[in-house]
Every structure is written in structure tokens, then in C-alpha cells.
Design a protein around this ligand. Structure first.
Ligand code: FE2
Ligand code: FE2
Length: 255
């Protein structure tokens, strides 16, 4: 089976571009399951009911998020209302929504887990302890993790920690695709970051002049989405659904 994971979709521009590329992606990679990180899918960042729906309409089976999950107050209830919209599992107890879901495909079940790193990020619960607990609860062999983290070291360490215990770990959050995709010795597919989907000539999707100004002068700046040509970044994992182990992993980058 093939699972396609698409990295952080930026704004309506990114959502529309991804929708326009779905036929090409389907033809090229024949995905059985599509998972999309939507934490930046709303115009102005975060995720709204409307941006989540646009990702569901283009065929996303599961939407993952990250540090921008709850940025849009008006849409926080979406995390209760949309069953396959996830937020990082290591948020404190009592926070809306869920950190994993299970897709029942009849012949097999697929679990998707969302987790956030804590190095240079919000001090959520320890992701290593949380995933250990979740793996005891999740009753299926095919487990895919969106590990939304800043530090390469934290993602690499998590990859080795989970090798042989999950099907694949996709790093997200930096919006820059890394060239280190591999199947680890225990059969877990791994990539440090799948990259982003949206305007390519930008700073993580944001208009480059605004980003330069912010970093150059350290004064408040209004970030806007860049209006340059888009690309789709992600990864496809071929896996054996009987064992839950990956056979291969391939980077996706479509312009
Ligand atoms: Fe992001
Ligand atoms: Fe993020």
C-alpha cells in the first residue's frame, strides 16, 4: 500500500495549488491514503473550518497540525467536530481534540499520530514518553507519525527510537524538505522534514521582504503570503500492511 504525506500547506494559495496537482500526484504515486499537514492552511496562518474542509474536499483522509493548531480561536471547535483533524498528542490533558486517529480500510487499519517536538518549541509533554504510552494503546500495525519539530536532532533521535515500532515518521514544521529519506534498519521509513506546499520563492511561505524586514530590524511586521509560483512537497511510503513495515520511501516535489 502507499501512503502519501503532504507537508505544511500554506494558505488558500497552497490549498488551491495542491488541489490542482492531485490528479498528477495520484497518477504518479497511486496513494491509497492521503495525509496532509494543515497547520498553516488558513489565510493568515493556523487552520479554520473552511481551510480544513478544503483539504478534506481535495481528498485528505487525515489532517495533522502542529504549533499553529489553535491559532484561530473562531475555529477551535473544528478539532472536536472533524474526526480526522488532529492536533499534537502531547498537548496537556483537557485540550480540545485528539492526537491520533485510526482509519478502517476494511482489509487493514491505519493509525495516524501527530506529535510535537519540545526542543526550541513550546514545553509540551515529553514526546518520547507520550509516544510510548500511545503505542501501547493503538491496536494496529500500520502507524504513521507526523513529528512536528524544530530541531533536526530531536527528529533523528525520535526516528531511531521508533525504528521497528512504527511504519513511518515524517518530520514537519521547518517547511524545508530534507534529502535524508530512508528506511531504517528496523523497517521504519524516515525523513527529517517533508517540506511545505505553497509559494516557493518565499521565507517558509511568507513574503520574503516582510521576513527580511522582521529579521533585519526586529520591529513588528505584518506577514503576508508570498505571491510567487507554488510547489507541493511531501513523501510517499510503500509499506506492507500485513507487517506494518516500510518497503521504500520517496520524496515528492511537484512544481
Ligand atoms: Fe508550518
Ligand atoms: Fe509549525
Amino acid at each position: 500500500m502507499h501512503l502519501m504525506f503532504i507537508g505544511d500547506v500554506v494558505g488558500a494559495t497552497g490549498c488551491n495549488f495542491l488541489a490542482s496537482k492531485i490528479p498528477t500526484l495520484k497518477k504518479k504515486y497511486s496513494p491509497d491514503i492521503l495525509v496532509v499537514n494543515g497547520e498553516n492552511s488558513a489565510t493568515g496562518n493556523g487552520i479554520t473550518v473552511s481551510s480544513a474542509n478544503s483539504l478534506l474536499r481535495l481528498g485528505a483522509d487525515v489532517i495533522t497540525t502542529g504549533n499553529h493548531a489553535f491559532r484561530r480561536h473562531e475555529s477551535q471547535s473544528a478539532f472536536e467536530d472533524i474526526p480526522n483533524l488532529l492536533r499534537p498528542a502531547n498537548f496537556p490533558e483537557g485540550v480540545l481534540g485528539r492526537g491520533f486517529c485510526i482509519l478502517d480500510l476494511g482489509r487493514t487499519q491505519i493509525a495516524v499520530v501527530n506529535l510535537m517536538g519540545t526542543a526550541f518549541m513550546d514545553p509540551l509533554d515529553n514526546p518520547f514518553s507520550v509516544i510510548d504510552k500511545l503505542l501501547k494503546e493503538i491496536p494496529c500495525k500500520n502507524i504513521f507519525l507526523d513529528f512536528h519539530a524544530e530541531a533536526t536532532a530531536e527528529k533523528k533521535a525520535m526516528g531511531y527510537y521508533l525504528d521497528g515500532r512504527i511504519t513511518a515518521l515524517f518530520g514537519t514544521h521547518t517547511h524545508v524538505q530534507t534529502a535524508d529519506e530512508t528506511v531504517l534498519k528496523g523497517g521504519t521509513a524516515y525523513i527529517t522534514d517533508v517540506g511545505m506546499t505553497g509559494p516557493e520563492e518565499s521565507v517558509l511561505g511568507v513574503c520574503k521582504d516582510a521576513a527580511i524586514s522582521k529579521l533585519r530590524f526586529h520591529l513588528p511586521v505584518r506577514f503576508t503570503e508570498a505571491e510567487t509560483a507554488c510547489f507541493v512537497c511531501g513523501c510517499v511510503v510503500d509499506f506492507d500492511e500485513k507487517t506494518g513495515r516500510a518497503r521504500s520511501v520517496e520524496r515528492v516535489c511537484e512544481r
